[in-house]
Design a protein around this ligand. Structure first.
Ligand code: SAM
Length: 167
């Protein structure tokens, strides 16, 4: 498979996962967290799918904003800084309320990815609402959450979906 084929498959998988997750919270308003703004592609997609910002306010976490100018969140929806500083604060702000997290935070450094995923798993867990969904490019070990199947056609391991247990 060429690198182009692989990039296309990755983006198609990402879109399929985001669409499935947005459909799943259709009757479930609450805060949505986007971890890793990047160039803003997936933030823009979430905004387009979750059209009512009062029902699904999207909070973005990023250490350095460098997105397309149309895809920059408002200041009061941006947690600017390293996840190690911002996620614990957000977990306090949204304790037990978050209905969807999308984490797209990987780099080419597998060891660093694993360390970050371990931190994010622990830091995010208290923010999740019962039944809240977490979609991640990295394997997470989320306390109190179970792994859920990916949409049809998305290869196992390409993305990872978790759901917080109902208490
Ligand atoms: N989903 C995005 C898109 O569609 O454009 C791409 C996200 S990009 C792969 C990952 C982003 O996560 C980068 O912008 C990077 O700066 C951010 N990031 C990675 N580790 C971070 C950390 N520890 N704290 C804050 N931001 C981080």
């Amino acid at each position: 498979m060429s690198r182009l084929d692989s990039a296309i498959r990755r983006l198609e998988a990402q879109r399929a996962c985001l669409d499935q997750a947005c459909a799943a919270i259709d009757r479930r308003p609450g805060p949505v967290l986007e971890l890793g703004l990047g160039n803003g592609r997936t933030y823009d997609h979430l905004r387009e799918r979750l059209t009512d910002p009062d029902r699904w306010p999207i909070y973005v976490f990023e250490r350095k904003v460098a997105a397309h100018p149309d895809c920059i969140p408002p200041d009061d929806r941006l947690y600017l800084g390293d996840f190690h500083d911002t996620l614990p604060r957000a977990a306090e702000d949204f304790r037990g309320q978050v209905v969807l997290v999308h984490a797209d935070m990987g780099s080419g450094d597998e060891a660093a990815n694993a360390r970050l995923a371990a931190f994010v798993s622990q830091a995010l867990a208290p923010a999740l609402a019962p039944g809240g969904l977490v979609l991640s490019d990295q394997v997470l070990r989320l306390p109190g959450a179970e792994r859920r199947p990916l949409p049809d056609g998305v290869a196992e391991g390409r993305y990872h979906l978790y759901r917080a247990l109902e208490q």
